[in-house]
Design a binder for this molecule. Structure first.
Ligand SMILES: *Cc1c(COP(=O)(O)O)cnc(C)c1O
Length: 346
Protein backbone atom coordinates (compact mmCIF):
# COMPACT_ATOMS: atom_id res chain seq x y z
CA UNK A 1 0.00 0.00 0.00
CA UNK A 2 1.59 3.19 -1.19
CA UNK A 3 1.33 6.56 0.57
CA UNK A 4 4.61 7.95 -0.87
CA UNK A 5 3.30 10.23 -3.55
CA UNK A 6 0.37 10.72 -5.85
CA UNK A 7 2.75 10.47 -8.80
CA UNK A 8 3.20 6.75 -8.11
CA UNK A 9 -0.35 6.01 -9.11
CA UNK A 10 -1.54 4.83 -12.49
CA UNK A 11 -3.96 6.69 -14.71
CA UNK A 12 -7.70 6.97 -15.25
CA UNK A 13 -9.11 4.69 -17.97
CA UNK A 14 -10.58 7.86 -19.54
CA UNK A 15 -7.03 9.05 -20.21
CA UNK A 16 -6.05 5.82 -21.90
CA UNK A 17 -9.21 5.98 -24.00
CA UNK A 18 -8.37 9.56 -24.99
CA UNK A 19 -4.91 8.43 -26.12
CA UNK A 20 -6.47 5.66 -28.12
CA UNK A 21 -8.89 8.08 -29.75
CA UNK A 22 -6.05 10.49 -30.60
CA UNK A 23 -4.20 7.66 -32.32
CA UNK A 24 -6.05 7.97 -35.62
CA UNK A 25 -4.09 8.71 -38.75
CA UNK A 26 -1.47 11.42 -39.16
CA UNK A 27 -1.74 14.84 -37.49
CA UNK A 28 0.29 18.02 -37.54
CA UNK A 29 3.53 17.88 -35.55
CA UNK A 30 4.94 20.29 -32.94
CA UNK A 31 1.53 21.39 -31.73
CA UNK A 32 0.03 22.00 -35.17
CA UNK A 33 -2.64 19.38 -34.57
CA UNK A 34 -6.34 19.92 -33.87
CA UNK A 35 -6.15 18.66 -30.29
CA UNK A 36 -3.35 21.03 -29.33
CA UNK A 37 -4.96 23.87 -31.29
CA UNK A 38 -8.07 23.36 -29.15
CA UNK A 39 -6.13 23.80 -25.90
CA UNK A 40 -6.36 27.60 -25.73
CA UNK A 41 -10.13 27.29 -25.98
CA UNK A 42 -10.53 24.30 -23.62
CA UNK A 43 -8.19 25.68 -20.97
CA UNK A 44 -9.57 29.20 -21.51
CA UNK A 45 -13.10 27.91 -20.85
CA UNK A 46 -11.86 26.23 -17.69
CA UNK A 47 -10.42 29.54 -16.45
CA UNK A 48 -13.14 31.77 -17.83
CA UNK A 49 -10.73 33.99 -19.73
CA UNK A 50 -8.53 34.13 -22.80
CA UNK A 51 -5.31 32.14 -22.32
CA UNK A 52 -2.32 30.78 -24.18
CA UNK A 53 -1.82 27.16 -23.14
CA UNK A 54 1.13 24.87 -23.86
CA UNK A 55 1.32 21.13 -23.13
CA UNK A 56 4.53 20.06 -21.39
CA UNK A 57 5.46 16.61 -20.15
CA UNK A 58 7.11 17.32 -16.80
CA UNK A 59 6.25 19.56 -13.91
CA UNK A 60 9.83 20.73 -13.62
CA UNK A 61 9.85 22.00 -17.21
CA UNK A 62 6.34 23.42 -16.83
CA UNK A 63 7.64 25.45 -13.89
CA UNK A 64 11.01 26.50 -15.20
CA UNK A 65 10.27 27.36 -18.83
CA UNK A 66 7.70 30.08 -18.06
CA UNK A 67 9.95 31.32 -15.26
CA UNK A 68 12.80 31.56 -17.76
CA UNK A 69 10.55 33.50 -20.13
CA UNK A 70 9.78 35.95 -17.31
CA UNK A 71 13.18 36.91 -15.94
CA UNK A 72 16.44 38.25 -17.33
CA UNK A 73 19.60 36.40 -16.22
CA UNK A 74 20.23 39.16 -13.68
CA UNK A 75 16.73 38.70 -12.25
CA UNK A 76 15.70 36.93 -9.08
CA UNK A 77 13.04 34.30 -8.42
CA UNK A 78 11.32 34.67 -5.05
CA UNK A 79 9.84 31.45 -3.67
CA UNK A 80 9.22 29.87 -0.30
CA UNK A 81 12.21 28.28 1.41
CA UNK A 82 10.61 24.88 0.93
CA UNK A 83 9.58 25.36 -2.71
CA UNK A 84 9.82 22.44 -5.13
CA UNK A 85 11.64 24.70 -7.62
CA UNK A 86 14.26 25.46 -4.95
CA UNK A 87 14.65 22.04 -3.34
CA UNK A 88 13.58 19.38 -5.77
CA UNK A 89 14.45 20.46 -9.30
CA UNK A 90 18.21 20.04 -9.25
CA UNK A 91 18.89 23.67 -10.16
CA UNK A 92 16.55 23.60 -13.16
CA UNK A 93 15.38 27.22 -12.61
CA UNK A 94 19.00 28.41 -12.62
CA UNK A 95 19.74 26.22 -15.65
CA UNK A 96 16.79 27.38 -17.75
CA UNK A 97 17.24 31.05 -16.84
CA UNK A 98 20.99 31.15 -17.47
CA UNK A 99 21.67 31.57 -13.80
CA UNK A 100 19.00 33.84 -12.35
CA UNK A 101 19.19 33.99 -8.59
CA UNK A 102 16.84 32.03 -6.36
CA UNK A 103 15.52 34.22 -3.55
CA UNK A 104 14.15 31.97 -0.78
CA UNK A 105 11.52 33.54 1.45
CA UNK A 106 10.76 32.36 4.99
CA UNK A 107 7.55 30.35 5.17
CA UNK A 108 5.27 28.95 7.83
CA UNK A 109 3.91 25.48 7.12
CA UNK A 110 4.84 25.95 3.50
CA UNK A 111 3.21 29.35 3.10
CA UNK A 112 5.18 32.49 2.40
CA UNK A 113 3.89 35.46 4.37
CA UNK A 114 3.42 38.92 2.89
CA UNK A 115 5.70 40.37 5.59
CA UNK A 116 8.51 37.99 4.68
CA UNK A 117 8.11 38.76 0.99
CA UNK A 118 8.08 42.52 1.67
CA UNK A 119 11.28 42.18 3.72
CA UNK A 120 12.98 40.27 0.92
CA UNK A 121 11.97 42.82 -1.71
CA UNK A 122 13.21 45.66 0.51
CA UNK A 123 16.61 43.94 0.61
CA UNK A 124 16.78 44.16 -3.20
CA UNK A 125 15.88 47.80 -3.86
CA UNK A 126 15.20 48.81 -7.45
CA UNK A 127 17.49 51.82 -6.93
CA UNK A 128 20.55 49.60 -6.49
CA UNK A 129 21.89 48.87 -9.97
CA UNK A 130 24.46 46.43 -8.56
CA UNK A 131 21.94 43.99 -7.15
CA UNK A 132 19.61 41.27 -8.39
CA UNK A 133 16.29 42.51 -9.77
CA UNK A 134 13.38 40.55 -8.26
CA UNK A 135 11.62 39.41 -11.44
CA UNK A 136 9.42 36.43 -10.58
CA UNK A 137 7.36 35.45 -7.58
CA UNK A 138 6.59 31.72 -7.56
CA UNK A 139 3.88 30.35 -5.26
CA UNK A 140 3.01 26.68 -4.87
CA UNK A 141 -0.65 25.75 -4.49
CA UNK A 142 -1.14 23.18 -2.73
CA UNK A 143 2.09 24.03 -0.84
CA UNK A 144 4.86 21.51 -0.36
CA UNK A 145 3.72 21.11 3.27
CA UNK A 146 0.16 20.23 2.32
CA UNK A 147 -1.37 23.57 3.23
CA UNK A 148 -3.46 25.75 0.93
CA UNK A 149 -3.13 29.52 0.47
CA UNK A 150 -6.43 31.35 0.86
CA UNK A 151 -7.47 33.69 -1.96
CA UNK A 152 -6.68 36.70 0.24
CA UNK A 153 -3.22 35.36 1.00
CA UNK A 154 -2.51 34.88 -2.70
CA UNK A 155 -3.80 38.37 -3.50
CA UNK A 156 -1.66 39.99 -0.79
CA UNK A 157 1.49 38.33 -2.14
CA UNK A 158 0.77 39.00 -5.80
CA UNK A 159 0.03 42.66 -5.03
CA UNK A 160 3.50 43.11 -3.52
CA UNK A 161 5.08 41.40 -6.53
CA UNK A 162 3.17 43.49 -9.04
CA UNK A 163 4.14 46.70 -7.24
CA UNK A 164 7.70 45.75 -8.17
CA UNK A 165 6.79 44.83 -11.73
CA UNK A 166 7.37 41.12 -11.11
CA UNK A 167 5.66 38.25 -12.91
CA UNK A 168 3.67 35.92 -10.67
CA UNK A 169 4.06 32.23 -11.39
CA UNK A 170 2.05 29.53 -9.67
CA UNK A 171 3.30 25.95 -9.34
CA UNK A 172 -0.03 24.16 -9.57
CA UNK A 173 1.22 20.57 -9.39
CA UNK A 174 -1.82 19.98 -7.13
CA UNK A 175 -4.00 22.86 -8.33
CA UNK A 176 -7.11 20.64 -8.51
CA UNK A 177 -6.72 19.54 -4.89
CA UNK A 178 -6.52 23.17 -3.79
CA UNK A 179 -9.58 24.07 -5.87
CA UNK A 180 -11.58 21.36 -4.15
CA UNK A 181 -10.40 22.59 -0.75
CA UNK A 182 -11.30 26.23 -1.36
CA UNK A 183 -14.44 25.46 -3.35
CA UNK A 184 -13.70 28.46 -5.56
CA UNK A 185 -13.46 28.75 -9.33
CA UNK A 186 -10.21 28.18 -11.24
CA UNK A 187 -10.38 31.90 -12.13
CA UNK A 188 -10.55 32.94 -8.47
CA UNK A 189 -7.44 30.98 -7.58
CA UNK A 190 -5.39 32.18 -10.53
CA UNK A 191 -5.71 35.33 -12.67
CA UNK A 192 -8.30 37.04 -10.47
CA UNK A 193 -5.89 36.67 -7.53
CA UNK A 194 -3.01 38.08 -9.58
CA UNK A 195 -1.38 34.97 -11.05
CA UNK A 196 0.18 35.72 -14.45
CA UNK A 197 1.32 32.25 -15.46
CA UNK A 198 0.37 28.87 -14.07
CA UNK A 199 1.96 25.44 -14.29
CA UNK A 200 -1.18 23.34 -14.17
CA UNK A 201 -0.29 19.82 -13.13
CA UNK A 202 -2.40 16.82 -14.02
CA UNK A 203 -0.04 13.85 -13.76
CA UNK A 204 -0.50 13.55 -9.99
CA UNK A 205 -4.23 13.57 -10.51
CA UNK A 206 -4.88 10.93 -13.14
CA UNK A 207 -2.90 11.47 -16.35
CA UNK A 208 0.36 9.97 -17.59
CA UNK A 209 2.02 13.27 -18.47
CA UNK A 210 -0.06 16.30 -19.21
CA UNK A 211 1.13 19.47 -17.53
CA UNK A 212 -0.02 22.74 -19.05
CA UNK A 213 1.66 26.12 -18.97
CA UNK A 214 -1.14 28.69 -18.91
CA UNK A 215 -0.43 32.34 -19.70
CA UNK A 216 -3.33 34.53 -18.59
CA UNK A 217 -2.03 37.35 -20.73
CA UNK A 218 -1.46 35.75 -24.15
CA UNK A 219 0.86 38.62 -25.15
CA UNK A 220 3.39 37.30 -22.68
CA UNK A 221 3.49 33.95 -24.46
CA UNK A 222 4.84 35.48 -27.65
CA UNK A 223 8.25 33.80 -27.58
CA UNK A 224 7.37 30.90 -25.34
CA UNK A 225 7.45 28.31 -28.12
CA UNK A 226 11.09 29.21 -28.67
CA UNK A 227 11.91 28.58 -25.02
CA UNK A 228 10.19 25.22 -25.24
CA UNK A 229 11.99 24.25 -28.45
CA UNK A 230 15.40 25.42 -27.29
CA UNK A 231 15.09 23.38 -24.11
CA UNK A 232 14.24 20.22 -26.02
CA UNK A 233 10.67 20.15 -24.77
CA UNK A 234 8.92 20.71 -28.09
CA UNK A 235 7.37 17.30 -28.58
CA UNK A 236 6.57 16.39 -32.15
CA UNK A 237 3.54 14.28 -31.18
CA UNK A 238 1.98 16.83 -28.84
CA UNK A 239 -1.52 15.63 -29.67
CA UNK A 240 -1.05 12.80 -27.16
CA UNK A 241 -0.19 15.19 -24.36
CA UNK A 242 -2.98 17.58 -25.26
CA UNK A 243 -5.48 14.73 -25.46
CA UNK A 244 -4.73 13.84 -21.87
CA UNK A 245 -5.26 17.41 -20.73
CA UNK A 246 -8.54 17.73 -22.61
CA UNK A 247 -9.83 14.44 -21.16
CA UNK A 248 -8.70 15.45 -17.68
CA UNK A 249 -10.68 18.69 -17.79
CA UNK A 250 -13.71 17.10 -19.46
CA UNK A 251 -16.67 15.90 -17.36
CA UNK A 252 -15.01 17.18 -14.17
CA UNK A 253 -12.62 14.23 -14.07
CA UNK A 254 -10.08 16.50 -12.34
CA UNK A 255 -12.63 17.34 -9.65
CA UNK A 256 -13.75 13.78 -9.12
CA UNK A 257 -10.13 12.68 -8.68
CA UNK A 258 -9.09 15.51 -6.39
CA UNK A 259 -12.21 15.14 -4.27
CA UNK A 260 -11.35 11.55 -3.57
CA UNK A 261 -7.72 12.31 -2.72
CA UNK A 262 -8.73 15.10 -0.33
CA UNK A 263 -11.57 13.14 1.27
CA UNK A 264 -9.46 10.10 2.10
CA UNK A 265 -6.70 12.43 3.36
CA UNK A 266 -9.26 13.98 5.71
CA UNK A 267 -10.23 10.50 6.92
CA UNK A 268 -6.58 9.65 7.52
CA UNK A 269 -6.04 12.93 9.33
CA UNK A 270 -9.06 12.38 11.59
CA UNK A 271 -7.91 8.86 12.43
CA UNK A 272 -4.37 10.01 13.18
CA UNK A 273 -5.63 12.84 15.36
CA UNK A 274 -7.21 10.24 17.64
CA UNK A 275 -3.91 8.42 18.20
CA UNK A 276 -1.90 9.59 21.18
CA UNK A 277 1.60 8.83 19.90
CA UNK A 278 1.09 10.58 16.59
CA UNK A 279 1.82 14.28 16.14
CA UNK A 280 0.40 16.00 13.07
CA UNK A 281 2.82 18.75 12.07
CA UNK A 282 0.95 21.08 9.74
CA UNK A 283 -2.66 21.77 8.97
CA UNK A 284 -3.92 19.11 6.58
CA UNK A 285 -5.75 21.03 3.87
CA UNK A 286 -5.48 18.80 0.81
CA UNK A 287 -3.93 15.36 0.23
CA UNK A 288 -0.50 15.60 1.89
CA UNK A 289 0.32 15.31 5.58
CA UNK A 290 3.40 15.25 7.75
CA UNK A 291 3.34 13.33 11.02
CA UNK A 292 5.86 12.42 13.71
CA UNK A 293 5.68 8.81 14.89
CA UNK A 294 7.75 6.64 17.25
CA UNK A 295 10.66 5.06 15.32
CA UNK A 296 9.47 1.56 16.21
CA UNK A 297 6.09 2.31 14.72
CA UNK A 298 7.68 3.50 11.46
CA UNK A 299 9.74 0.30 11.31
CA UNK A 300 6.70 -1.87 11.91
CA UNK A 301 4.77 -0.12 9.13
CA UNK A 302 7.63 -0.60 6.69
CA UNK A 303 7.95 -4.27 7.65
CA UNK A 304 4.27 -4.68 6.75
CA UNK A 305 4.90 -3.22 3.32
CA UNK A 306 3.48 0.27 3.70
CA UNK A 307 5.38 2.71 1.48
CA UNK A 308 5.85 6.37 2.48
CA UNK A 309 8.69 8.89 2.69
CA UNK A 310 10.57 9.69 5.88
CA UNK A 311 11.50 13.36 5.62
CA UNK A 312 13.54 14.08 8.76
CA UNK A 313 13.12 14.27 12.50
CA UNK A 314 11.07 16.42 14.82
CA UNK A 315 12.45 18.45 17.75
CA UNK A 316 12.62 15.38 20.02
CA UNK A 317 14.26 13.12 17.45
CA UNK A 318 11.21 11.18 16.28
CA UNK A 319 11.03 10.38 12.59
CA UNK A 320 8.74 12.61 10.54
CA UNK A 321 6.95 10.85 7.71
CA UNK A 322 4.88 12.15 4.82
CA UNK A 323 1.66 10.49 3.76
CA UNK A 324 0.15 11.40 0.39
CA UNK A 325 -3.23 10.15 -0.80
CA UNK A 326 -4.36 10.04 -4.40
CA UNK A 327 -7.35 9.72 -6.68
CA UNK A 328 -7.01 5.95 -6.31
CA UNK A 329 -6.59 5.71 -2.53
CA UNK A 330 -9.65 4.09 -0.96
CA UNK A 331 -11.23 4.47 2.48
CA UNK A 332 -10.26 0.82 3.00
CA UNK A 333 -6.57 1.67 2.32
CA UNK A 334 -6.73 4.45 4.88
CA UNK A 335 -8.44 2.28 7.49
CA UNK A 336 -5.84 -0.41 6.93
CA UNK A 337 -3.02 2.08 7.54
CA UNK A 338 -4.77 3.51 10.61
CA UNK A 339 -5.26 0.04 12.09
CA UNK A 340 -1.61 -0.80 11.49
CA UNK A 341 -0.47 2.45 13.16
CA UNK A 342 -2.79 1.88 16.07
CA UNK A 343 -1.37 -1.61 16.60
CA UNK A 344 2.28 -0.62 16.05
CA UNK A 345 2.06 2.36 18.40
CA UNK A 346 0.21 0.51 21.16
C1 LIG B 1 5.58 16.87 -8.32
C2 LIG B 1 5.76 18.31 -8.24
C3 LIG B 1 6.21 19.04 -9.36
C4 LIG B 1 6.54 18.43 -10.70
O1 LIG B 1 7.47 17.46 -10.70
P1 LIG B 1 7.93 16.60 -11.97
O2 LIG B 1 8.44 15.36 -11.31
O3 LIG B 1 8.99 17.37 -12.65
O4 LIG B 1 6.75 16.34 -12.84
C5 LIG B 1 6.32 20.41 -9.24
N1 LIG B 1 5.98 21.03 -8.10
C6 LIG B 1 5.54 20.38 -7.02
C7 LIG B 1 5.14 21.14 -5.79
C8 LIG B 1 5.42 18.99 -7.05
O5 LIG B 1 4.98 18.34 -5.98
Amino acid sequence: MDFSSDNRMGVNPEILEALHAANKGPAGAYGHDDMTRSLDQVVGDFFGTKVSAFPIISGTAANCLPIAASTPPYGGIACSEGAHILRAECGAPEFFTNGSKMLPVAAQSGKMTADALAALLAAYPASNTDTTVPAVLSLTQVTERGTVYTLDEIAALTRLAHERGMTVHMDGARFANALVTLGCTPADMSWRAGVDVLSLGTSKNGTICGEVVVFFNPDRAENFRRYVKRAGHMMAKQRFVSAQVVAHLANDLWRHNARNANAVARRLHDGLARQEQVTILHKVEANIMFVALPAACVQALRAQGFAFHTVGQDAVGQPVVRFVTSFLTTEGDVDHLLAAISKACA
